[in-house]
Design a protein around this ligand. Structure first.
Ligand SMILES: C[S@@+](CC[C@H](N)C(=O)[O-])C[C@H]1O[C@@H](n2cnc3c(N)ncnc32)[C@H](O)[C@@H]1O
Length: 283
């Protein structure tokens, strides 16, 4: 399990690696209250085991995810993880957390704005949130396929997944979706398309929204939190593209605000299918 945690705990929300970005004003400590909202099968287990001094509360809507987590709690005798079947919007407003983690979840909820607002409201005033939502840039072609598969009535079951696999083989080689498909396959990619649930999640999900930078900005502005930083700046600043022979272009770029820089970078060189970022509370 230790090996698994080391290799698979890659949601980027691990607080030891990220501490200076999450709480730049605080010394590192582990005995904090953590909420993992939309925990799926492994995330909360990894978090609790990796940080034995933290207190973790995890929720998810799915029975199978919750049951799996419960089994893991027994199997590994995990004492610092409580898990419950619950919708994000039904979280108890009186129970507050230092660190709220929700990766790959709110873009699947009925009302992502309401979900984000709820997560902000259950975070302590001096707490922080680590959120990941889909970004449209690398995923554009995936939405073409989601729409195309809806025309064919494909369902999120074994037959639907087999058909998706076969239909992908028929795509023209320059179909937009290959930006995403190839990046998921690469070393360090999500590997989502190598397993059943990943294919359902990518192509046959009933509810799935991706944002551009400005849509994300708007959602954050309405949430009661403020944007502190990206988890990884590489995706949102154009450091690798230097207009060395056209200094005016560099100047033009440097004069852009941070959101415009991020939008430029992803539109010029789309390599991000998700936004991972840290929010802090306005209080
Ligand atoms: C793509 S998985 C991500 C799992 C995990 N956060 C991770 O990063 O590995 C999305 C999870 O969110 C859960 N989910 C979707 N809508 C939810 C909601 N409204 N409240 C709580 N969980 C939800 C799903 O059941 C699913 O387990």
């Amino acid at each position: 399990m230790d090996e698994k945690i080391k290799n698979n705990y890659n949601q980027g929300s691990a607080m030891d690696l990220l501490w200076k970005k999450i709480f730049p004003e605080k010394e590192y400590y582990e005995n904090i209250d953590v909420l993992i909202a939309g925990c799926g099968t492994n995330q909360a287990v990894y978090h609790a085991m990796k940080f034995p001094n933290s207190k973790n509360y995890a929720i998810d809507l799915s029975d199978s995810s919750i049951n799996h987590v419960k089994k893991m709690i027994i199997k590994f005798n995990i004492k610092n993880l409580e898990v419950e079947k619950k919708d994000i919007v039904d979280l108890d407003k009186n129970k507050k957390f230092d660190y709220t983690v929700s990766t790959g979840v709110i873009h699947h909820t009925k009302n992502p704005q309401k979900s984000l607002n709820k997560l902000v409201s259950v975070t302590k005033n001096d707490g922080a949130l680590f959120i990941m939502v889909y970004a449209i840039y690398l995923r554009q072609g995936i939405y073409y396929l989601q729409d195309a598969f809806k025309y064919l009535g494909l369902k999120p079951n074994k037959k639907g997944v087999d058909l998706v696999r076969n239909l992908i083989r028929l795509l023209p080689q320059d179909h937009y979706s290959f930006n995403y498909i190839n990046s998921a396959k690469r070393a360090g990619g999500t590997k989502d398309l190598t397993y059943y649930a990943g294919i359902v999640d990518t192509f046959l999900n009933a509810r799935d929204i991706a944002y551009d930078v400005y849509e994300l900005k708007k959602m954050i502005e309405k949430s009661g939190a403020f944007f502190q930083c990206w988890q990884n700046n590489n995706y949102y600043y154009r450091d690798l593209i230097n207009f060395s022979k056209e200094p005016k272009l560099n100047e033009q770029y440097e004069n852009l605000g941070p959101w415009a820089k991020a939008d430029f970078t992803q539109k010029f060189s789309p390599n991000s299918g998700k936004f991972s970022f840290i929010l802090r509370k306005k209080f």
